[in-house]
Design a protein around this ligand. Sequence first.
Ligand code: DTR
Length: 342
Amino acid sequence: MNRRKSISALFVSLAAGLCGLAAPAAVHAAEINLTYAFFAPAKTFPGRQMAHWAEQVNKRTNGKVAVQTFPAGTLLGAKEMYDGVSKGVADIGLGSPSYDPGRFPLTSGVSLPMGFTNATVASRTLWELTKEFNPKEYEGFKVIAMFTTEPGFIQTKTAVRNAGDLAGMKLRAAGTGVPVLKALGAAPIGMPMPEVPQSVQTGVINGTMTSREVLQDFKLAESLKFVTDYPTVVVTFAAVMDRKKWDKLPADVQKVIEQLAAEMPGWTGQYHDKENVGAALAWAAKEHKLQILPLAADERARWDAKLKPMEDEWVKEMNGKGLPAAAYLKRLRELRDQFAKQ
Ligand code: DTR
């Protein structure tokens, strides 16, 4: 057994032991064992993405690589995901760059109000931009999958039909959604997704702004009965491997992982847009009488105007950091329009 294999196997046994799980048979059968951590439950769409990736890597390497997945924060939580991968706690970690825009500044441009129509278009755009700009923020990592949520919607206990309803309302958003809610006049609170159901229940927040599948996947429709029909910003996800660990993988395995990396934005976007969100909305309407509230055209225009300055402010801020912000957004618009046509 070489060093990499023994380290991975040790982690798997250790983590499995900690979680009270039996180490899988595959650990002994495969030549290379990888651990893959995610902060939210397995049945959420990023969790399904992780399972699909793990299965495909195993299949396409003819069993040479086995991946053991650790969803629901059993190995790493949302906040420690990327550092955890650098430290070798997990071989692969799926985190959300949107939760930490300071650490992933260029990527946060994808989470500006850029008018993405769905997750498939935003995910493909994010992946292409990352390939083309190779942002420094991923230094030390190999990015093995990227995707986004659909644009977030305001989902609340009490109806939000206009800015007056929203004024001062305590709503949760992820990282880059916080300034959006602030601009719209709400009182935003940033917190990771897994903390939302309890915070809604205890009244810490009156709702959340995020993709709408959470109504079912986190059972939020039990208390959140309203969705305001105004698409805002997407949340980004990036699964990474430590670069040094990546460099040690055999070329044939690297090739399979790179092929999959190119497929994951489309696969995940399609699953999220076509199955996940639609099913959740139908379920919430049927089981919990969810109401979708349209925004009047003049109100929509006022909301758009409130969000417009965010783009220029972002460019200014990124220029201050020496990042190619304007070029990034220019290319983002081109890619967005190109993928929206497909
Ligand atoms: N919208 C982001 C991310 C998000 C949406 N659905 C899920 C499921 C599992 C984890 C994260 C997310 C958010 O609000 O956190």
